[in-house]
Design a protein around this ligand. Structure first.
Ligand code: NDP
Length: 316
């Protein structure tokens, strides 16, 4: 990391601004710690790309994802957290206090770092996919499946995520087309069996999306079968991309233990990483649940563990 002329010391630096980061900020600031949260390039995180959130407790009529994140942010700020519209572009965890580079220009140090950078859903990269995100194209059946009740939808992917999403949607939708690009699914045997047992799911092997149709809403999907070299249009209103998630860990890989899927490894039942004083919360360390409420829960855990860590450091 380059030398810079401005360095300021923080007690707790939180990297990331989804439910995990903001909740960590609420708890840590309320405990009287000096908290700075760096929002990153997508303030509010993945929830800002979704519409109504109906499964977060406390909102009986649901809430728009961006609104919920604004509520979290305001609450963190009201508790005294310093929220910076800035991105951490580099870290040095080789010694404590830890060094963080802000926007490639300013260096800060922190006694505690809570990483809450989340995971990003992988997308196919079709232009129509981006245009129709939130208008029929989604990467989260648990979040958005409800809007497609009794409708026909497509799920793309052949792994456990796609199998789970397809089975979840089978309880809501009238028909699910599961598009698998190769001749076999990568999902576990048990999940493949569940897919097979669902009458509403039709699996199309060797099949990829050619185009997603519709201007302001999805009206169909044109698919191409590589084996038969034929195209057809499926009359669907929803498209769920389930080809995996990429945890946002690239900054931390030189220092932290990362699992085979790229998630930060934490000590089971805690948010502690392999570096004392560095904690990880939310989707960046969770490949299983990936829900706003579980992310918020681990954000709370990280703040409590950080508080204890600081108290023990003072006593030492
Ligand atoms: P995976 O990497 O396991 O699977 C991704 C799937 O998407 C593969 O079928 C892959 O095809 C397909 N794919 C990738 N890119 C494209 C593309 N551009 N176009 C079309 N298809 C594409 O990701 P998952 O998210 O499913 O799972 C990640 C990990 O999390 C796994 O270890 C899984 O077991 C675990 N998991 C566990 C769950 C559970 O235990 N309940 C639930 C969900 C996930 P191909 O095979 O051809 O590469």
């Amino acid at each position: 990391m380059t030398d810079l002329n401005h360095t300021s010391m923080k007690s707790v630096a939180i990297i990331g601004s989804g439910p995990a980061g903001y909740t960590a900020a609420i708890y840590a600031a309320r405990a009287g710690l000096d908290v700075t949260l760096y929002e990153g390039m997508q303030p509010g995180g993945q929830l800002t790309t979704t519409t109504s959130v109906e499964n977060y407790p406390g909102y009986p009529n649901g809430v728009l994802g961006p609104q919920m994140m604004e509520d979290f942010r305001n609450q963190a700020q009201n508790m005294g957290a310093d929220i910076q519209s800035a991105t951490i572009t580099g870290v040095n965890f080789s010694a404590s206090p830890f060094q963080l580079m802000v926007n490639n220009t300013t260096q800060v140090t922190a006694q505690i770092v809570i990483i809450a950078t989340g995971a990003s859903a992988k997308w196919l990269g079709h232009p129509a996919e981006q245009r129709l995100q939130g208008k029929g194209v989604s990467a989260c059946a648990t979040c958005d499946g409800f809007f497609f009740r009794e409708q026909e939808v497509v799920v793309v992917g052949g792994g456990d995520t796609a199998a789970e999403e397809a089975c979840y949607l089978a309880n809501l939708c009238s028909k699910i087309h599961l598009l698998v690009r190769s001749g076999k699914m990568r999902a576990s045997h048990a999940m493949q069996q569940r897919v097979l047992q669902q009458e509403k799911i039709t699996t199309h092997f060797h099949t990829e999306i050619e185009d997603i149709l519709g201007e302001d809403a999805v009206t169909g999907v044109k698919v191409f079968n590589k084996q038969t070299q034929t195209s057809q249009t499926l009359p669907v209103e929803g498209v769920f991309i389930a080809i995996g998630h990429q945890p946002n860990t690239s900054l931390f890989t030189p220092y932290l233990d990362i699992d085979a899927q790229g998630y930060i490894q934490t000590v089971p039942g805690s948010t502690r990483t392999n570096i004392p004083g560095v904690f990880a919360a939310g989707d960046v360390q969770d490949s299983v649940y990936r829900q706003a409420v579980t992310a918020a829960g681990t954000g709370c855990m990280a703040a409590l563990e950080a508080e204890r860590f600081l108290s023990n450091s003072l006593l030492a």
